[in-house]
Design a protein around this ligand. Structure first.
Ligand code: IMP
Ligand code: MG
Length: 172
């Protein structure tokens, strides 16, 4: 495996994103909706750096098997919060094809929120097909398969502190 983004760089960047969000949402009480499972590390780190009244909820969506997108969405868990008239920040580990985030943004918009923003620690900008700006991006990365900081390969490696590139020989 090859180091792509270090633990130290992630910490610094998460702090900057949190400061930006704190500034953008002052006097608002946003609800952060994480996409499980991958978001859990980023969500925990981000929210502890945010100085606002916040709420947290989660959805569970699966579109990836092993190291590639299946092109279909399996919706496994919905939010419990009422998001009508609320400011929402979706928290995602990585935007790859954009398939998952497009699906969730459209679905949440149907419930009448005041606003919907997206925060993703990683963004494969060259391959993502989305027709909106990602509001809070940690790092733009090349279209390679990565693990760590919540991201998995077949449910492994989520607990690595750094983001690492899995090389083809690691996938055998
Ligand atoms: P998308 O729908 O193609 O944008 O992919 C989004 C989901 O696929 C993410 O939430 C991840 O769970 C997973 N995914 C995409 N790229 C990677 C990767 O490089 N490593 C691990 N998981 C990934
Ligand atoms: Mg995910």
């Amino acid at each position: 495996m090859k180091l792509l983004v270090s633990d130290e760089d992630i910490k610094k960047r998460v702090k900057q994103l949190a400061e930006q969000i704190t500034e953008d949402y002052k006097d608002k009480s946003p609800i952060f909706i994480g996409i499980l499972n991958g978001c859990y590390v980023f969500m925990a780190d981000l929210l502890r750096e945010i100085d606002l009244d916040v709420e947290v909820d989660f959805v569970k969506i699966r579109s990836y098997e092993a190291d590639s997108s299946t092109g279909t969405i399996k919706f496994r868990k919905d939010i419990s919060a009422d998001i009508n008239n609320r400011h929402i920040v979706i928290v995602e580990d990585i935007i790859d094809s954009g398939f998952t985030i497009n699906f969730l943004v459209n679905r949440l918009k149907g419930s009448g929120p005041k606003s919907v923003a997206v925060a993703s620690i990683l963004f494969k900008k060259e391959v993502a097909k989305i027709d909106f700006e990602v509001d809070y991006v940690g790092f733009e990365i090349p279209p390679e398969f990565v693990v760590g900081y919540g991201l998995d390969y077949d449910e492994k490696y989520r607990n690595l502190k750094d983001v690492m590139v899995l090389e083809p020989k690691d996938l055998e």
